[in-house]
Design a protein around this ligand. Structure first.
Ligand SMILES: [Zn+2]
Length: 382
C-alpha cells in the first residue's frame, strides 16, 4: 500500500504513522511521517473518494484567504489555522483516496461549546473578561464572512466541528471538505438539529447556503454570551415537551422585547445585559427572519470591544458589557433564585475528525503566563 501526492507531475510518497482519529464516520485521519504540520484524511468509501476528486481540486485551488483573518499582529509565533482546509489530494494506484490538511492541535484547542459555560471556561482556564468571547465570536463571524465572500457555505454548522484556541481568542473550522461551493454539485445529506433555520427545514442541503449559515452562526453567538442557553429554549407555557428544532419551526424565540407566545426565557438567562445592538441583531434574525451578512456581525462585535462599550467588574479577571458583568449576573441569579441550570440542549457530538485523540495534557505554568500576556496585549489590564 503506497500513498502519494503529486506536484508538477512528480510523485511524493506519503508514509502514514498512527491513526489520529477513527470513528463511525466517513474517514480515518492519520498522522504522517516526517511532518507535524499536516495530517492525512483517508475516505473509507473508495467510490466517494473518486467522486470527490473534482470537488477537492476546486477547494484546493480556491482556498479562501482567511489565514488569520483577525488574529494578526499577535505577540506570539505559531500557526493558528482558521480552516482545516484540503491542501493536496492523496492518491493510491492512480486513484484519489483522500487529502492532506493542516493538523489542528487538540492540545491547544477545545470544542467551541467548552467556552459556553462559566464552569467549563474555568476548567479550560479561559478568562471571564467578556472581550475574550467577543473576539472569539468576531473571529467566527469573520471566518463565515470570508467563506461566503469566496462562495463557500458551511451548511452543517455544529459546535462539534468548531475548535477554539486556548491561548488566542480565535476559532478553527473542521471538516471543511463537507462545505458547499456555490454552483457546484453537493452531496451533503444531513444537517444538525437545533441549528437548522426555519426556512431550511425539509430542504435538501444542496439548496442551503448563506441564509442557513447566518442563522446557525447567530445561534452560536447567542450561546457564547448566554452560558450555552439556546435562543429557542426556555420555559414552555404549556406543560409539554417540544424539541428545540420544533420550537425553531414555531418561531419560539424567547428573548425578544415582546413575550413569546410559546415560551418564557430560561430563568438563568442574562440576555437582558446584552448590548442593544446585539439584541437588535438577534431580533432581526430570530424574530424577523432576516439574514444579514456575517460582516454585520463582525462590525457589531468590533464595536463591542471598544472600551466605551465595556464595563469594569469588581471581581478580578472579570469585565462586562456596558450594562454589566454577565458572569456575576448569572452567578447572582443562580444564588438568589436557586435556579437549576439545565444542561445545554446542544448535542455534544464529538467530531468524527479527532475522536480518538488523547486528552489535552495539563497546561504548563509558562503557558499560563503566555496566555496572560496575550490577554493583556489584546485587552489591556482591566
Ligand atoms: Zn463580574
Amino acid at each position: 500500500m503506497s500513498y502519494y501526492i503529486q506536484k508538477n507531475k512528480k510523485k511524493f510518497e506519503l508514509k502514514v504513522k498512527d491513526i489520529l482519529s477513527e470513528s463511525g464516520g466517513t474517514a480515518i485521519v492519520y498522522n504522517v511521517q516526517g511532518t507535524d504540520d499536516f495530517v492525512f484524511k483517508l475516505y473509507k468509501d473508495k467510490k466517494y473518494a473518486t467522486k470527490s476528486e473534482a470537488k477537492l481540486k476546486q477547494f484546493i485551488n480556491g482556498f479562501p484567504s482567511t489565514e488569520l483573518v483577525s488574529l494578526k499582529n499577535l505577540p506570539i509565533k505559531g500557526k493558528f489555522h482558521q480552516l482545516a482546509w484540503p491542501k493536496n489530494i492523496v492518491y493510491e494506484k492512480n486513484k484519489p483516496v483522500g487529502f492532506l490538511m493542516p493538523k489542528i492541535s487538540f492540545k491547544n484547542t477545545v470544542q467551541l461549546n467548552r467556552i459556553f459555560s462559566i464552569k467549563n471556561r474555568k476548567s479550560e482556564k479561559i478568562t471571564e473578561d467578556i472581550t475574550w468571547r467577543i473576539t472569539v465570536a468576531r473571529n467566527l463571524a469573520d471566518v463565515y464572512n470570508t467563506l461566503h465572500q469566496s462562495g463557500y457555505y458551511v451548511v452543517d454548522t455544529k459546535p462539534a466541528n468548531i475548535r477554539t484556541y486556548k491561548i488566542v481568542p480565535g476559532v478553527c473550522l473542521l471538516d471543511c471538505d463537507g462545505f458547499r461551493l456555490k454552483n457546484s454539485p453537493f452531496e451533503g445529506d444531513m444537517i444538525t438539529p437545533d441549528y437548522i433555520a426555519p426556512e431550511s427545514i425539509g430542504k435538501p442541503p444542496s439548496q442551503l447556503g448563506r441564509e442557513q449559515d447566518i442563522f446557525a452562526l447567530s445561534v452560536l453567538i447567542f450561546q457564547i454570551f448566554n452560558n450555552g442557553i439556546h435562543p429557542y429554549s426556555g420555559i414552555l407555557n404549556k406543560n409539554e415537551t417540544l424539541p428545540i428544532q420544533e420550537r425553531i419551526k414555531k418561531s419560539a424565540y424567547a428573548y425578544g422585547k415582546v413575550q413569546n407566545r410559546i415560551q418564557k426565557p430560561s430563568p438563568a438567562t442574562v440576555h437582558h445585559m446584552f448590548p442593544d445592538e446585539m439584541l437588535k441583531m438577534f431580533s432581526r434574525i430570530f424574530e424577523k427572519k432576516e439574514r444579514p451578512e456575517a460582516s454585520e456581525w463582525v462590525s457589531i462585535l468590533d464595536n463591542l470591544k471598544k472600551p466605551s462599550a465595556l464595563s469594569k467588574c469588581n471581581k478580578i479577571g472579570h469585565r462586562g458589557f456596558k450594562k454589566g458583568c454577565t458572569t456575576c449576573a448569572f452567578e447572582k441569579k443562580i444564588l438568589n433564585n436557586n435556579v437549576q441550570v439545565k444542561k445545554p440542549v446542544t448535542k455534544r457530538n464529538v467530531s468524527n475528525y479527532f475522536n480518538n485523540s488523547p486528552l489535552p495534557t495539563k497546561p504548563k505554568s509558562n503557558f499560563e503566563d503566555l496566555k496572560d500576556s496575550i490577554s493583556k496585549f489584546l485587552f489591556g489590564n482591566n
